[in-house]
Design a binder for this molecule. Structure first.
Ligand code: ZN
Length: 466
């Protein structure tokens, strides 16, 4: 997520002083680094063929305020399990305070535990070994709050939701992700890549956006006469949907089908072309910049949905991005960078939020040629690698430290060993951790041959001290 004020937070903290440790130089200094990029296989690691298969059906009411849903999960754990755990993220403190709510009304297994409203554990009748498929069926009701900056919201004509269904909380090799939900605006979700098949039934006349930018064919009709649309993403960690009146444009950027949709409510106050123009311009430049640096765009298509309520922020999902009404020059490259850092290379967003937010800010600054922007934040007090439980208690510093200082640490490290070597290591890290949930240890391992990079990342608290 790009927080609306993140760019303004640099040096807003009392501890922040303007003492630049290292500034990017427009021309190579006499001691220009000569390190070379490591050799590695830059093809993305293949997704697990036994990843979860999830079939979702959402039905949005005519008031655009309530979604009834069903979920069918076929889950093959790689470790023995005695329960199946789902996260109900609309019940997290920030979303709940705005009026979002997710109720699971029917479960095919008995509930064993419900913790803090976001954790739902279903008890298996007997311990289940690794490698055996488990099937779970759930019915649920998602209540959307009135227009909100975050990922759940509705107006009289438009609805949007993401992480709006019970989210399977498994991480291959690690088990259930049970970190507490945080009240600070941002993500605490951790989920592995799954094969999603999503059907959305909506009020007549609405456009349904749910991924698969090329899939705007006339929707089939559901049994009750309301239009229904179906989307498939075989490589998604999560799902986002928007429904309502939208103006759309479809283009192809570097081979990627891109759909940009502007809500009628946003287009009412602003000429739609004033949104399409800068969004498409920034999508084009950012997709090219990120793909050149990190590897091919990882999903079959990209959908960018502009909503008035999102304001100057943005929210990322695999192959799907929400943007607001302004600052597309920052928001678009940031959210598109999350397609690599979160979408492709996942992380535990509650425990290691910097692994996607610092990297997305870093990529955004490289795409915009603004590598000096946050260097002053290197002197701000705080560990880049702190978890969301810490930022929940120190909300004012979250943007300054995780986004700005984190990006500055990465850019300083890049300056230290040279762009070619640094970009080469990141490319190897992305390829090796594709379609997985990476950890700081994976990143440290990727930079094992560059102790000066590890020193910078440890000094800024991004990586733990040895
Ligand atoms: Zn972000």
């Amino acid at each position: 997520m790009r927080r609306a004020l993140a760019v303004l937070l640099v040096c807003a903290a009392p501890a922040c002083t303007v003492g630049v440790r290292r500034a990017a130089s427009p021309s190579p200094p006499p001691h220009a680094p000569t390190a070379t990029a490591p050799a590695c296989d830059t093809a993305y690691a293949k997704p697990d063929p036994k990843r979860p298969v999830i079939r979702l059906a959402f039905d949005l009411d005519d008031a655009h305020a309530r979604v009834t849903g069903t979920e069918h999960v076929v889950f093959t754990p790689d470790l023995p399990v005695t329960e199946v755990v789902f996260r109900l993220w609309p019940n997290g403190p920030a979303s709940r305070a705005n009026g979002a709510r997710l109720d699971v009304t029917v479960m095919s297994l008995p509930p064993a535990l419900s913790e803090g409203d976001t954790l739902l554990s279903l008890k298996l009748p007997a311990p289940s070994p690794a490698g055996r498929a488990i099937t779970v069926d759930l019915d649920f009701v998602l209540t959307l709050p009135r227009s909100d900056t975050d990922r759940y919201g509705h107006t009289a004509r438009t609805a949007w939701w993401a992480s709006g269904h019970p989210l399977l909380a498994w991480v291959r090799g690690a088990g259930w992700a049970r970190e507490p939900a945080a009240g600070v605006l941002g993500e605490t979700a951790t989920s592995e890549v799954a094969d999603y098949d999503v059907t959305v039934t909506a009020p007549a006349g609405d456009t349904v956006l749910g991924g698969e930018a090329s899939d705007l064919a006339p929707a089939p009709t559901s049994p009750d006469g309301r239009p229904s649309s179906r989307f498939h993403n075989a490589l998604a960690r999560d799902v986002a949907v928007a429904v309502g009146p939208f103006e759309t444009r479809q283009v192809r950027v570097a081979g990627v089908p891109v759909l940009v949709a502007v809500s009628a409510e946003l287009a009412t106050g602003t000429d739609a072309e004033a949104v399409f123009g800068p969004v498409l311009e920034n999508v084009t430049s950012a997709l090219r910049s990120h793909a050149t640096r990190f590897g091919p765009y990882p999903f079959p298509s990209l959908t960018v949905v502009a909503l008035d309520a999102i304001g100057g922020a943005g929210v990322e999902y695999p192959g799907f991005v929400f943007v607001g009404s302004r600052r597309y020059d920052l928001v678009v490259p940031h959210e598109l960078a999350h397609q690599w850092f979160y979408g492709l290379v996942g992380d535990d967003q509650a425990r290691d939020p910097w692994l996607d937010e610092a990297f997305a800010t870093y990529a955004e600054q490289l795409a915009n040629d603004e590598e000096d922007r946050d260097l002053a934040s290197l002197d701000a007090r705080g560990d880049v690698g702190a978890p969301m439980t810490y930022w929940d208690r120190n909300r004012r510093d979250y943007g300054t430290i995780v986004y700005a200082k984190g990006a500055a640490a990465l850019l300083s490290a890049r300056d230290e060993i040279g762009a070619a070597a640094f970009d080469g290591v990141i490319r190897c890290y992305v390829a090796a951790n594709a379609f997985r949930v990476a950890t700081p240890a994976d990143l440290a391992r990727a930079f094992a041959a560059f102790p000066n990079v590890l020193t910078i990342l440890r000094d800024t608290g991004a990586l733990p001290k040895p």
